[in-house]
Design a protein around this ligand. Structure first.
Ligand code: ARG
Length: 344
């Protein structure tokens, strides 16, 4: 069998000594997650890039000899994560003053509730209970500009469904990676979407993480988007304590999301810069990730790119957003220079 690339899960499993492996195989996390459960997705999907999941926050400690080096390799960080949502630290200077380049801004964080196991382990009853509790809190506590409605996926009317798809709000059943680890069980029961009247504040319930808290709007006002997100996280945490790990920050089912669990992105028109052969390297140097406009693994459309912060762990929420802000500012400056040169 030719093996060109192995997942981080398999790589770090192989790095364990016989004794460590034997010892880890005899363990189970507080919620009953085993090492076999943690790597099931990598075993069933050999093309995984990471391939490991946690069943509960304790999985990261119970299998620390396995997860620790894997997380360190993926994130390039082995310190203690610090959370910081202080909006006053975000620049008030508009990143795209003419408003011509940035189509929209979206920041999401993954969060899970301290009181429940993560998606791979949560039971049907717990999932339903969580959905009911969270949706009740959202309806009661999100007020003013955040006030909105909850739409369960199960039994959703065709009209609502079509509208949510059009707005790019509807989340789909998890992929085969999540299927392997049991995160799609009982789909679509216990899942749903909350959004405010303006559709700028959203919460997905019981997807890959129990909560995906999302703030978005047209244009490039990154500070306003961050501010709204910070308020939502604070309000939710005050009623339903979120799960934070002393070392890894926000707990997520996939180790790639640990720390801030934040993806701060803009859809931006950069026809000149994106045509450069070294566009990928430029973004890498600016610590930015590039995607197409239709989500993970999609292509760009009409020269519009989805550009986001790369690092999630070892940088605070403020740092993650600031990295995105500074990077976009540089890309837009390059774009202006190239456009001006082309116009001569
Ligand atoms: N488990 C998948 C893999 O290893 C997805 C990893 C990151 N993506 C995510 N949505 N968590 O390829």
């Amino acid at each position: 069998m030719s093996e060109t690339k192995i997942s981080l899960a398999v790589k770090h499993l192989r790095a364990l000594s016989q004794e460590q492996l034997h010892d880890l195989l005899l363990r189970a996390s507080k919620g009953g997650f085993t090492l076999g459960d943690a790597i099931r997705s990598a075993v069933q999907n050999p093309d995984s890039s990471v391939g490991a999941y946690a069943g509960d926050a304790d999985s990261y400690d119970t299998f620390a000899e396995f997860f620790g080096p894997l997380i360190e390799e993926y994130h390039g960080f082995n310190g203690t994560h610090v959370t910081d949502f202080d909006v006053t630290k975000i620049s008030t200077e508009p990143v795209d003053p003419t408003g011509e380049a940035i189509v929209s801004t979206r920041i999401r964080v993954g969060r899970n509730l301290a009181a429940y196991p993560l998606a791979p382990l949560i039971t049907r009853e717990q999932r339903l209970d969580l959905m009911n509790k969270v949706s009740a809190v959202l309806k009661e506590k999100l007020t003013g500009d955040l006030a909105g409605e909850f739409y369960p996926l199960e039994g959703m009317s065709e009209e609502t469904r079509v509208q949510l798809v059009q707005d790019h709000f509807l989340f789909k059943q998890g992929d085969r990676f999540l299927e392997s680890v049991g995160a799609n069980r009982d789909w679509p029961e216990g899942r749903g979407i909350f959004h405010n009247a303006d559709k700028t504040a959203l919460v997905w319930i019981n997807e890959e993480d129990q909560l995906r808290i999302i703030s978005m709007q047209k244009g490039g006002d990154i500070r306003a988007v961050f501010d709204r997100l910070a308020r939502m996280v604070e309000i939710i945490n005050a009623s339903l304590p979120l799960s934070y790990h002393p070392k890894y920050g926000a707990v997520s089912s996939c180790p790639t999301n640990l720390g801030t669990a934040m993806r701060a992105s803009v859809h931006v028109k950069i026809p000149f810069v994106s045509a450069r052969p070294d566009f990928k390297e430029i973004c890498q140097d600016l610590k930015l990730s590039i995607r197409g406009v239709d989500g993970e693994h999609s292509e760009s459309k009409g020269g519009i790119y989805d550009i986001s912060n790369k690092r999630r762990l070892g940088v605070s929420e403020v740092d993650a957003v600031t990295t995105m802000y500074e990077g976009i500012k540089k890309l837009l400056a390059m774009e202006r220079e190239m456009a001006a040169a082309a116009a001569v």
